[in-house]
Design a protein around this ligand. Structure first.
Ligand code: HEM
Length: 456
């Protein structure tokens, strides 16, 4: 890829420059075709051309931010909001009234509503469920019998999220339905973002029909969850009760649509991300059995041989490092966007009001400028004496600022527990027919990972 123009423009306007235009665009689709064909490699190379570069997606100009420091500045600045192609497609599909897509006072109110359920001191209450689900997962597997990781990872992710936060007695069939729906919806949404061809997506083509069916099923699933709770007449101490009893800015009960959209936001954000990370963890444990052995050794040293428990999590330092390193190399959330609400700047570049900005945690977290042996799976790089050398904002898989993931502590506890529970019992190998190539949607996950657990 070449940079076609580096036009230092409008020096009079506070000496700000216009970001260079990335090369390789084609008529009509601009850089969209690269973002469809090989988006990870495309994003990973953009830093070679500038700290901020312009991309063309169809008729739109989008600004890509490529350095850790500037992604931090972007996420922390009040000049940018959640909007732009990703969020427009998300809003149209997942709903406008959930915490993941709202802005301003509504977003602040919704964060205040959901935040208590995710605070560090709220997590131990979920410990028994996380523990039970992590061990149930390992107990379902038997030595030598191939495991379909997509199904298993979704199952445990949905069950933990639903049982902890929605106190739902989720049957497996629902986890399967959600998994199928989200796969189709998240891949389709990604396409709609990078190739925004509006009306074409409404044509009755098989791919559009499949997408619409999946989306409808996901919303139906959420309606079922809310209706079940209302019909039960129960008000357990959980996030769903808080959502059902929340008040809007005028102190009135929030509308049905907002409740629906909030449940969609929690369930989709909580299950797709953690499920994808579990799949990648299994792939990495199969590729690096020595780290599986170290996880087992650490867990046994901490527990003395009893099943690993939630209380052990904070002492499982290596297991935690395995999870963090998996999230560095294989981030579930690999692309994020914002929109400028005012004329502003980033790193000395002019960003006009209304501009869409994109950045890739995948590119940032694999950047050779930030990491030695950047493509190597090396959990020890997160030992305190080495982690201090990682540049600020070069590892922020949960983002920072007012949109930082509320589920960060929740996810880390769950992922560490699951990793320890499965690695204590098994070593893993990829099975025949497994396809661990990366499937790119709104999140990243392996296409079809099959592993064979081998009992220790
Ligand atoms: C937001 C990552 C798990 C709920 C985010 C964002 C990231 C992220 C990067 C910020 C998006 C942005 O800046 O635009 C992850 C990763 C996870 C994970 C990597 C697991 C490996 C969870 C879980 C939940 C959750 C378990 C809930 C059960 C949310 C919600 C938001 C969010 C509701 C929107 C927050 C807002 O806009 O205020 N997540 N997440 N996430 N996440 Fe997570």
């Amino acid at each position: 890829m070449t940079v076609e123009s580096v036009r230092p423009e409008a020096p009079a306007a506070a000496g700000l420059r216009e970001p260079p235009l990335a090369g390789g665009g084609v008529p009509v689709l601009g850089h969209g075709w690269k973002l469809v064909r090989d988006p990870l490699a495309f994003m990973a190379r953009l830093r070679d051309h500038g700290d901020v570069v312009r991309l063309r997606l169809g008729p739109k100009t989008v600004y890509a931010v490529t350095t850790p420091a500037l992604t931090g500045a972007l996420a922390l600045s009040p000049d940018y909001i959640i909007s732009g192609p990703l969020w427009e497609s998300l809003e149209g599909l997942l709903g406008k009234e959930g915490v993941a897509t709202s802005n301003g006072p509504t977003h602040r109110r919704q964060r205040r509503t959901v935040q208590p359920a995710f605070r560090l001191d709220a997590i131990p209450a979920y410990g028994p469920i996380m523990e039970e689900e992590a061990h149930a997962l390992a107990e379902r597997w038997s030595s030598g019998r191939t495991v379909d990781c997509t199904f298993e990872a979704f199952r445990v992710a949905v069950r933990v999220t639903a049982r902890c936060l929605l106190r739902g007695r989720f049957i497996d069939e629902r986890a399967e339905r959600l998994c199928a729906a989200l796969t189709t919806v998240f891949c389709g949404m990604y396409r709609r973002m990078v190739v925004p061809l509006g009306p074409l997506y409404r044509l009755p083509l098989p791919a559009n029909r499949e997408f619409n069916r999946a989306l409808a099923d996901m919303h139906l699933l959420v309606d079922e969850i809310v209706a079940e709770r209302r019909a039960s007449g129960q008000k357990p101490n959980d996030l769903l009760t808080v959502l059902l009893e929340a008040k809007d800015d005028n102190g009135d009960p929030v509308g049905e649509q907002e409740i629906h959209d909030q449940v969609v936001a929690i369930l989709t954000a909580g299950s797709e991300t953690t499920a994808s990370t579990i799949m990648w963890l299994l792939e990495l444990l199969a590729a690096h059995p020595e780290h599986g052995d170290r996880v087992r050794d650490e867990a046994e040293a901490v527990t003395g041989g009893r099943p690993v428990a939630f209380e052990d999590v904070r002492r499982l330092a290596h297991t935690n490092n395995v999870v963090v390193e998996a999230m560095r190399l294989r981030p579930a959330v690999w692309i994020l966007t914002r929109r400028a609400v005012t004329d502003t700047e980033l790193g000395g570049y002019r960003i006009p009001a209304g501009a869409d900005i994109v950045y890739s945690p995948y590119a940032i977290q694999r950047d050779p400028k930030s990491y030695e042996r950047h493509l190597e799976f090396d959990p020890d790089r997160w030992r305190p004496e080495r982690a201090k050398d990682v540049p600020k904002y070069a590892m922020r898989p949960f983002s920072v600022g007012n949109r930082k993931c509320p589920g960060d502590h929740f996810s880390m506890a769950m992922l560490t527990l699951v990793t320890a529970a499965v690695a204590t019992r098994f070593r893993f190998e990829q099975a025949a027919g497994s396809d661990d190539t990366t499937r790119v949607g709104i999140t990243l996950r392996p296409n079809r990972l099959l592993v064979r657990p081998v009992a220790r």
